[in-house]
Every structure is written in structure tokens, then in C-alpha cells.
Design a protein around this ligand. Structure first.
Ligand code: FES
Ligand SMILES: [Fe+2]
Length: 337
């Protein structure tokens, strides 16, 4: 399978939910790189490469002692910045501690997300609008590691035409379509599709939950961050920010934050209503990605055609691979969804 692109190491990738990182080491793999996450004595999150520099034992199998992670093999301890602070049975100078350090990884905590960057110096996170804003309700969803290629998951979420089939009856319907106007806009490091339609989708989820809709916009921020917004006559109704974290070339860990403007019912009720439909929709996409990967592996490599509804075409893959796009505005085009 094609290795993961270099662009992933230079970008911020979500490694965990804040609430999952505590005083017990947490093992995570991001872009084929095993990491260990933990909170130091001051509560700040630390991320280290999950390999003890001494004899390469996994640090994630150790425990926290005095705010430093202790390797189970010989008991060396490493501070949140990676410095070795103890070699049991031996005296240790500060310079020796620096020489024997574990490798730290850049990490930050934001709006309930733990983000890491494997190689420093890449672009910062883009402006993500209402994500984390105090005048909105938010809840996180995650479901562990999925089989599938991160690129195919990005294509899935950006592609409206699968919703009539894979999510037939829940989101849209295969037997009853509605006229829509599709447009595409691109900047150098993002691309978005805009769907204008006269009413919410014809599946049960929209018909039961959604206020009037004018349009939905789904934007990919290179390389793997997607934000979808639904808007009605009174503005934003729902925003979903999804971090598609590649784990290996054939697996990924998606994390999604659901954001709604405060006011329309209590946050917990909106969360419960959304989760009711989210589970089956997510199961359908997860199953589709796994089946797609099985078949790609059966044939040895992907070979994709772009059809008339694939308006983003190869540009999703280009952003994923770290290439810049020509800014563009295309459409609107008339289609049936
Ligand atoms: S391998 Fe970790 S302390 Fe020796
Ligand atoms: Fe889907």
C-alpha cells in the first residue's frame, strides 16, 4: 500500500480527546509513528515517541512516577520534555539526562482535542470558525481506529452522491432525489463544495431534526481536517469539525466535534438527538471504507475514475499529499441529490 505522505508530519494531527489523557500513559499511533501521551505534574499534556532511548522498550507500558514516565525495563524516568531524570542505581548529571532523553513531540490541547505535530515548522491550524466558541454547544464523538485509508475517508465525507445509497433513507434517498446546485471553491490549501437546496435532505434524519436549510458547505483544510456547516435562513444550524488522523497507510482514527448555536434546546438534548442518527450513519460509512480497502488490497492498488459528480476530482488527493491548489470558483452546476 502507498506509504503515508510527508505532509502529514508537518501538520497538526489530533491524537486523542483531552478527557482520555490522564495520569496513565496512553499509547497512540499517528502517521505511522508510535507515541505515548500523559499529563505531567502540572497537568499539561506531554507527547513522546513511544520508544525508550535505552533499549527501545515501549514507554507506554510504563507508569507515571513523580510526574515523569518510568520505563518498565530498567526504570529510567523521563520528564514531559523527554529529559531523563533518573537512572535507578546510578547518579545522573543534568547533561547526562539531556543525552539520554526520550524524543519529545510538539503537543497542544485545544477545545477538548489533543493535537500533535511530528515535525515542527509547518502551518498553524486554520481558522475554524465556531469550533470551540463559547456561544455554541459542542460535543465530541470518536470511535477508535477504523480500517480504511484516510484519503478515502476524506473523499467519503466530501462526496454527497454516496449519501443517497450508503445512507439511503437516513440522510438522502435513492428513490427520490431533489434538485440541487453544486459549486466548488478552492484556495491554495483548502477546497470546499457548496450544496444549495430548497429544503433539508429527504432522509429521516434531516426530516426529524433539521430546521429549514438553504445550503451546506464542506471544506477540506489540507491535509486531513474537514469542517462541514449547514446553514438556514437564520444562519448556522450545525457545524461538524472532523480530524481524520491517519494511523497507518490502511487505518485511521476519526474525531468529530459537533457544534450548534446555543438557544435551540439544551445542549444535552441536541447531543442525544444527533447521536441517535449518528451511530447508524457512521456504521454505514465505516463498513463502506473497510469493504473499499479490502477490494483495493485484493487488486493490489487503487485505480479510480472521476465521474461527472466528482467535482473535487484529484484535488482532494493533492491537498492530502501536501500540494498547493490553484484558487478556483466553479459552478453552480445543477444536479439531483
Ligand atoms: S529499556 Fe527503558 S530503561 Fe532500559
Ligand atoms: Fe457517509
Amino acid at each position: 500500500m502507498t506509504p503515508l505522505p510527508e505532509s502529514l508530519s508537518r501538520s497538526w494531527q489530533m491524537a486523542a480527546l483531552s478527557r482520555d489523557v490522564g495520569r496513565k500513559p496512553l499509547a497512540r499511533t499517528v502517521a505511522d509513528t508510535p507515541l505515548v501521551l500523559f499529563r505531567g505534574a502540572d497537568g499539561a499534556i506531554a507527547a513522546l515517541i513511544d520508544r525508550c532511548p535505552h533499549r527501545n522498550y515501549p514507554l507506554s507500558e510504563g507508569k507515571l512516577v513523580g510526574g515523569a514516565i518510568q520505563c518498565p525495563y530498567h526504570g529510567w524516568r523521563f520528564a514531559p520534555d523527554g529529559a531523563c531524570v533518573e537512572v535507578p542505581g546510578c547518579a545522573l548529571s543534568e547533561s547526562e539526562g539531556a543525552r539520554l532523553a526520550a524524543a519529545p513531540v510538539e503537543v497542544r490541547e485545544l477545545n477538548g482535542a489533543v493535537l500533535i505535530r511530528l515535525s515542527p515548522g509547518g502551518p498553524d491550524l486554520p481558522d475554524l470558525g465556531p469550533w470551540g466558541a463559547e456561544d455554541h454547544d459542542h460535543f465530541w464523538w470518536s470511535q477508535g481506529v477504523w480500517g480504511g485509508r484516510a484519503l478515502d475517508a476524506l473523499e467519503n465525507v466530501l462526496d454527497p452522491f454516496h449519501t443517497n445509497f450508503i445512507h439511503d433513507g437516513i440522510i438522502r434517498r435513492s428513490s427520490r432525489r431533489m434538485p440541487v446546485r453544486l459549486s466548488v471553491r478552492a484556495g491554495t490549501d483548502w477546497i470546499e463544495s457548496i450544496i444549495e437546496q430548497p429544503q433539508p435532505d429527504l432522509g429521516w434524519m434531516s426530516r426529524l431534526l433539521e430546521p429549514p436549510r438553504d445550503r451546506s458547505i464542506t471544506r477540506l483544510h489540507a491535509p486531513t481536517l474537514v469542517q462541514a456547516r449547514w446553514e438556514g435562513p437564520r444562519g448556522l444550524t450545525l457545524c461538524v469539525t472532523v480530524f481524520f488522523t491517519p494511523v497507518t497507510p490502511t487505518s485511521l482514527m476519526p474525531f468529530a466535534c459537533f457544534t450548534t448555536p446555543k438557544g435551540r434546546g439544551p445542549g444535552w438534548l441536541k447531543e442525544r438527538a444527533i447521536r441517535l442518527f449518528l451511530d447508524p450513519v457512521v456504521r454505514q460509512d465505516r463498513e463502506a471504507l473497510a469493504r473499499q480497502l479490502d477490494n483495493i488490497e485484493r487488486f493490489g492498488a487503487p485505480r479510480f475514475l472521476q465521474g461527472p459528480g466528482d467535482l473535487l476530482g484529484a484535488r482532494v488527493a493533492q491537498l492530502y499529499q501536501g500540494q498547493s491548489l490553484e484558487p478556483a470558483e466553479e459552478g453552480p452546476f445543477d444536479h439531483q441529490l
